[in-house]
Design a protein around this ligand. Structure first.
Ligand code: C6P
Length: 409
């Protein structure tokens, strides 16, 4: 069966920000890995909510508060269905992926870990999946073990296996590397963690908007992501946790809305997920997240994944032909991210020159300094793709990179 071509030009019209010139060139936005642009459906859903339904939630007896509460809680089911969780109370709204990982570290970690226990991570993790565990190490004397990566940037299941021991309590890893684009074999890694008697946390920041995610099939105990990478707003993220695990975790932050009752003598807490949502949450942002999920779901995650695969292949082929270019990360299974370095030019210079040509990429260590050290690099230039990335964007990238080669080569 042949599938219909992906109507990227039509979808691009949904993103008002893309229709602009930067330094006299059409914008080629290739920094979706840092944050995705927002479709009108998200912008308008948030505006509509604030114009018609906005009030604080879970508190008021008045109509607006009840309406806002219903809309906020309805998004929990939207997220549940999107990641195929079993129950909607397994969806905790956080401020982002970083916040979600810290929540796990500070509640599950502080409750269930003791000196000598081990957490296994990989060499390609984002700082958000390194530093919270190091903070536990400082507080409790746990150990952190790091699974190496191959020269292609892959994580081999046998290396994960070798890092596990009876002391392993958690295996925490990125579903997709934000630097190399490597897609990790999540299901296999989770299964190995479970065999070793450990839990598994999957950092889905770079997978959630690029491929279908099924937390039950993956059997992840925790899965985290940020709304802003999924075409939604900043300030909202998700912690998925299995019901049985969340129910044994104490709250992290205390305050309004997470309590069952408070006296000066004693406080009791609500059940999850509300136990973990202290204070007024990012209400409008939750509405925006729901609209973003509706938007990508209407397009179809499989269609988005296929389109980005095509773009990745096109870009890889074209960039490989540029003199002095080295693509960093050659995994067989890659998502829409290409990190590269050039013989003469520093990645920051590449980023600046590309910007003068309207091409927005990220340059730097991408919040993965240990990975950079592992690769023997200080920085890379990184182009990252989304559902709106067109072949014209890639042509603009390649033309601008050729200019860099002319200047520095
Ligand atoms: N990566 C990038 O340019 P927050 O900041 O909480 O929304 O997401 C943190 C995070 C965690 N894990 C992975 C794999 C990530 O890629 C990110 C964010 C961005 O690569 C910004 S540093």
């Amino acid at each position: 069966m042949t599938s219909l071509p992906f109507p990227v030009e039509r979808y691009r019209e949904d993103f008002p920000i893309l229709a602009q010139q930067i330094h006299g060139h059409p914008l080629a936005y290739l920094d979706t890995g840092a944050s995705a642009q927002k479709p009108r459906a998200v912008i308008e859903a948030m505006t509509r909510f604030m114009e018609n339904d906005y009030a604080n939630i879970h508190r008021g007896v008045h109509e607006l508060s009840q309406r806002a509460t219903d809309k906020y809680e309805a998004v929990r089911s939207v997220v549940q269905n999107f990641i195929k969780a079993e129950h909607d109370d397994e969806i905790v709204f956080t401020h982002g992926a970083t916040d979600a990982i810290n929540l796990v570290a500070q509640t599950w970690g502080r409750t269930f870990l003791k000196a000598g226990d081990e957490i296994v991570i990989t060499a390609l993790e984002h700082h958000a999946n390194i530093v919270p565990w190091q903070m536990l190490r400082e507080a409790f004397g746990i150990d952190l073990r790091v699974v190496p990566i191959t020269p292609e940037g892959e994580v081999r299941v046998e290396d994960v296996k070798a890092a596990l021991s009876p002391k392993t309590k958690l295996v925490a890893f990125a579903h997709v590397s934000n630097v190399l684009g490597t897609v990790l074999p999540a299901k296999e890694i989770v299964a190995l963690a479970h065999e070793a008697g450990a839990l598994a946390l999957v950092d889905g920041c770079q997978s959630i908007s690029h491929m279908p995610v099924d937390v039950r099939d993956m059997d992840a105990d925790f899965f985290v992501f940020s709304g802003h990478k999924l075409y939604g707003p900043t300030g909202i993220g998700v912690l998925y946790g299995k019901r049985e695990i969340l129910s044994r975790m104490p709250p992290w932050q205390g305050g309004g809305d997470m309590i069952a009752s408070v006296t000066f003598a004693e406080t009791t807490y609500k059940e999850p997920p509300h136990r973990f949502e202290a204070g007024t949450p990012p209400i409008t942002e939750v509405i925006g997240l729901g609209a973003a999920i509706d938007y990508v779901s209407a397009i179809g995650m499989n269609n988005i994944a296929q389109h980005e695969k095509d773009i990745l292949a096109y870009a890889t082929e074209k960039l490989s032909r540029v003199d002095g270019m080295r693509i960093v990360g050659q995994a067989k299974n890659k998502s829409g991210i290409i990190s590269f370095i050039m013989e003469q030019a520093h990645p920051h210079d590449i980023g600046t020159i590309l910007d003068r040509h309207g091409v927005a990429i990220r340059a730097g260590h991408h919040c993965a300094q240990p990975l950079m050290e592992h690769l023997g690099l200080v920085a890379t230039a990184r182009a990252s793709f989304g559902l709106y990335t067109s072949r014209e964007d890639i042509d603009a990238l390649v033309a601008a990179v050729e200019k860099v080669e002319e200047i520095f080569g």
